[in-house]
Design a protein around this ligand. Sequence first.
Ligand SMILES: Cc1ncc(COP(=O)(O)O)c(C=O)c1O
Length: 356
Amino acid sequence: MSRFLSPAMEAVTPYQPGSQPQNTQGVVKLNTNESPFPPPTAVMDAIREEEMRLHLYPDPCCRQLRQAAAEAYGLQPEQVLAGNGSDEVLYFALRAFCDSGRPLAFADVTYGFYSCLCSLLGVPAHIIPLRPDLTLDPGDYCGLGQTVVIANPNAPTGIALPPKALARVAASNPDNVVLVDEAYVDFGADSCLPLLERYKNLLVIRTFSKSRQLAGARLGLALGSPELIEDLDRVRTSLNPYNVSRLAQAAGVASLRQHRFFEETRRQIIQCRQWTAEQLARRGFELTDSKANFLFARTDAMPGPELFRRLWQQGVLVRRFDTPSRIGDWLRITVGTLEQMEKVLDAVDTALKGEC
Ligand SMILES: Cc1ncc(COP(=O)(O)O)c(C=O)c1O
């Protein structure tokens, strides 16, 4: 770090993304919950078509994309805001609704970026422990009088709450925004989108990185009341009015229209998740009830760090977290193709037999 860095920035703990080896040959990369499938042809065609216009700035208002999202989710375009990944949308939300006197409440075991954003923006983090079985008690968030963010399904546990539990949280915090991060909702949980009409303090965050094969394009959405969207847009236009590239906008529009491909790929992931979970359970693993495109698993047979190391030695890259320490033995394994999951199971068997 240079001597010019501000003390405030020096105190920030940056987010540690899962490693992204650029040469993935021979690596089974299951550490950042990407889709194992490339984007569909129609999305690739839309990107190629848009390349011709790269000398021009993109539409700062993402009109076509917001229209397509509104159609896909049964909303009005004024209820949609697009971001450079949902991480950026989360930044806009914290900048808009929290500050040094207005904390953000979230679980101790959840998406690590929430605490990084708090640290960056000087927002106090009100960390609420999950129950010992890693489920979230919605009652802990009722009547808090604070901005809340809940990932549903949660990451890295994959455990989902029913929308009525989140409706309780929104209803009991009428003067605060409740953010529901639905990054993984397409893999088997119920969305809170139908609650938007009733709860004007609810904001749903979505991403194209997990179920829509566009992690590399960087595209996320906020969905909520026109007033909340206007607040986010105030931050967005003050920071980076052209925040979503032409290619990402074109890809997003095409992706939202690919219903069959979307349904088929998510069906395959759900099926493969169930099969892999059964296989791991047969080998004595403890698993959470994941409704996401990853499994969260541990075994008494080997400490998590050791199993992680032995899998990596065999070219299988998964994710492990050191904090909080109670999840240090758990591994988060992205659900890939059946072929990839067979390789994971082979590597697990080899590791547990002590053959590597
Ligand atoms: C719960 C959750 N929310 C948001 C994100 C960010 O996704 P992106 O910025 O790629 O849209 C992730 C990424 O892993 C996540 O796990």
